[in-house]
Design a protein around this ligand. Structure first.
Ligand code: AMP
Length: 189
């Protein structure tokens, strides 16, 4: 079994279809948003009805296999995936937002970026101690954002079942930031 399939008990037709779509439609953009970064643009995947359906179906298989009570999407591209996955899996969705976007009492986690810091928040009543949550984002790069999301949900009392992403950028080593958390990329690049 390939590394890309490690969170599936076996490579399913949905995973194979999603990998085909990601290989075909993901666009590499050099030097965006800053010089030296090879940006993985998944907008063409989202813009293709069959492509979007394929990646959502594969992510939903992970949510169903994990017996989750909710999925959480990381702002902003994670939102575009987490909401349809939640519908497909028959659960609700928790938005993990950047600082200052959510009303009322919030849980927040500050984390380090390459330069400076950032903050992620969820609303205080967004999750409860009985929740089992799969975190969804588009790309795992250095892992700092995903680690902050996991820490935020854990501090709020939820059990985080894993991180599901379309693409894992293996060379950036983000997986190492996440300890024992299962990291489930549809495709490793
Ligand atoms: P990370 O370095 O893992 O904390 O990545 C932070 C966020 O930036 C992730 O949610 C990704 O959506 C995005 N990101 C980082 N690097 C890339 C890249 N090379 N291509 C596309 N998105 C990226």
């Amino acid at each position: 079994m390939t590394a890309a399939a490690e969170c599936f008990s076996e490579p399913t037709p949905a995973l194979n279809a999603a990998q085909d779509v990601l290989r075909r439609l993901t666009r590499d953009v050099a030097n965006f948003p800053v010089p030296g970064v090879l940006f993985k643009d998944i907008v063409p995947v989202l813009g293709d009805a069959d492509g979007l359906g394929a990646v959502v179906a594969a992510l939903a298989e992970l949510a169903l296999a994990g017996n989750v009570t909710k999925v959480a999407g990381i702002e902003a591209r994670g939102f575009l995936l987490a909401a349809p996955v939640a519908v497909a899996a028959g659960v609700g969705v928790v938005p993990i937002r950047k600082a200052g976007k959510l009303p009322g009492q919030t849980h927040r986690v500050d984390y380090a970026l390459e330069y400076g810091t950032a903050t992620l928040e969820i609303q205080g009543d967004a999750v409860s101690s009985g929740d089992r949550i799969l975190v969804i984002d588009d790309v795992l790069a250095t892992g700092g954002t995903a680690r902050a999301a996991r820490d935020l949900l854990s501090a709020a009392g939820a059990a985080v079942t894993g991180l599901a992403v379309l693409l894992e950028l293996e060379a950036l080593g983000g997986r190492a930031q996440l300890g024992s958390l299962p990291v489930c990329p549809l495709l490793v690049v």
